[in-house]
Design a binder for this molecule. Structure first.
Ligand SMILES: Cc1ncc(COP(=O)(O)O)c(C=O)c1O
Length: 380
């Protein structure tokens, strides 16, 4: 995180609400991922923060990308299409996976010219891909345990292990090529056993597919879920990496390509929000601060991502438990009902919230006419 002094200077220069992206931190996160998971190519999940400047920095660091909509695809494609022809060879699979198992007909039609790698998890999707994007490579998304993840995803996506090989053979019969398997253990997964179980399940599906005559699979995509260090209870990434490396080396030969789709891990610690106190009241005996950013804006992750962010003051002083409200007229717009803040903050004083780079500005809305936080990039 930038120093408090630097944050205050930025707020003074740009006003609030402000969202600061530190590109050195993005590079550090990418380098850590590569260092601890050397066999795994990181496909940054653009949904976590689709700012084109973030995509550019991670692209230059060596990342590939997971996209889940055509607008996300175009953000990444804009960087790749300018490459010299030689470097562009095979760029699409090296650089992009379209990792949304359910795609509209129009999306598939638009993707087909790129011969994209796309995920799927059901028979209906095979029919759609066959009709609208027959040049795609396929990756079967498996349903895996999401136990203990902050955001559960397995109720919406993933083929059950018992139907997996049937879905691979069905795609094969339709004349499509299944390149491999993917899964997602749930976002902000602090239960590392989820990865161990999922990698073992994938290995069993690889083996069953081979036993039943399908030998074309050559990639495993271990998805996202890598936790951001929001607090001290999150065990170090290298511990998780050790478990993942041990399982993939034990179960998957060297010629199987291993991908991952980290979103939060890459961007969470690179974002800091700064907001300003615009009102102050005592309600039912409790001190309430009103700030110019809230759950419809940068703090949207409180609702959509089930993530609690903490606010800190730049000023020091005796503290008490306060409520912090966002600026809109909705009573849902509560950042925290129990934030320990100095009791003597005044209108115009600033608060900051760190580790808020993922699923924050990405899901900000224009509700009530309040503009989103201004985004500034440092160390670009
Ligand atoms: C298919 C897919 N891949 C990757 C991600 C990124 O996950 P995370 O931010 O937990 O790494 C998500 C998040 O929802 C996802 O749905």
């Amino acid at each position: 995180m930038p120093t408090l002094k630097a944050l205050q200077q930025l707020a003074q220069k740009h006003g609030t609400p402000l969202f600061v992206v530190d590109h050195d931190e993005l590079r550090r996160n990418y380098a850590a991922f590569k260092k601890y998971l050397p066999r795994v190519q990181a496909y940054f999940a653009v949904k976590a923060n689709p700012d084109p400047a973030i995509v550019k920095t991670l692209y230059e660091a060596g990342a590939s990308f997971d996209v889940a909509s055509m607008p996300e695809f175009r953000i990444v494609h804009a960087y790749i299409k300018d490459l010299p022809a030689k470097q562009r060879q095979d760029w699409i699979w090296d650089k992009i996976i379209y990792a949304n198992p359910i795609k509209a007909n129009e999306t598939l039609q638009a993707l087909d010219q790129y011969k994209a790698l796309v995920t799927y998890d059901n028979v209906e999707e095979i029919r759609k891909i066959k009709q609208y994007a027959p040049h795609s490579g396929l990756c079967l998304r498996l349903k895996v345990a999401n136990t203990g993840a902050m955001v559960e995803l397995s109720s919406k996506f993933g083929a059950a292990s018992g139907e997996a090989v049937n879905l691979i053979l069905e795609a094969d019969r339709a004349g499509l090529v299944v390149e491999g398997l993917s899964f997602h253990v749930g976002s902000q997964t602090t239960n590392f056993e989820n990865y161990v179980q999922a990698i073992n399940l994938a290995a069993n599906v690889f083996k069953e597919a081979r036993d039943r005559g399908y030998t074309k699979m050559n990639l495993l995509d271990i998805g996202g879920g890598f936790p951001a260090p929001y607090d001290a209870t999150v065990k170090p990434f290298r511990e998780l990496a050790r478990k993942i490396n041990a399982e993939i080396d034990r179960l998957f030969p060297k010629d199987i390509q291993i991908l991952a789709e980290p979103g939060r891990f890459m961007v969470a610690t690179a974002g800091t929000a700064i907001s300003k106190i615009i009102g102050k009241a005592v309600r039912d005996g409790k001190l309430c601060y009103y700030v110019d950013d809230g759950v419809y804006h940068t703090f949207s992750g409180i609702i959509f991502d089930h993530c609690q962010y903490h606010l800190k003051a730049f000023k020091k002083g005796p503290t008490q438990i306060c409520t912090v409200f966002g600026p809109t007229c909705d009573a849902l717009d509560v950042i925290s009902m129990s934030e320990e803040l100095p009791a003597d903050l005044e209108r115009g004083d600033l608060l900051y919230s760190k580790n808020i780079g993922a699923y924050s500005v990405a899901s900000s809305t224009p509700f009530n006419g309040f503009p989103p936080a201004k985004v500034v990039h440092i160390n670009q």
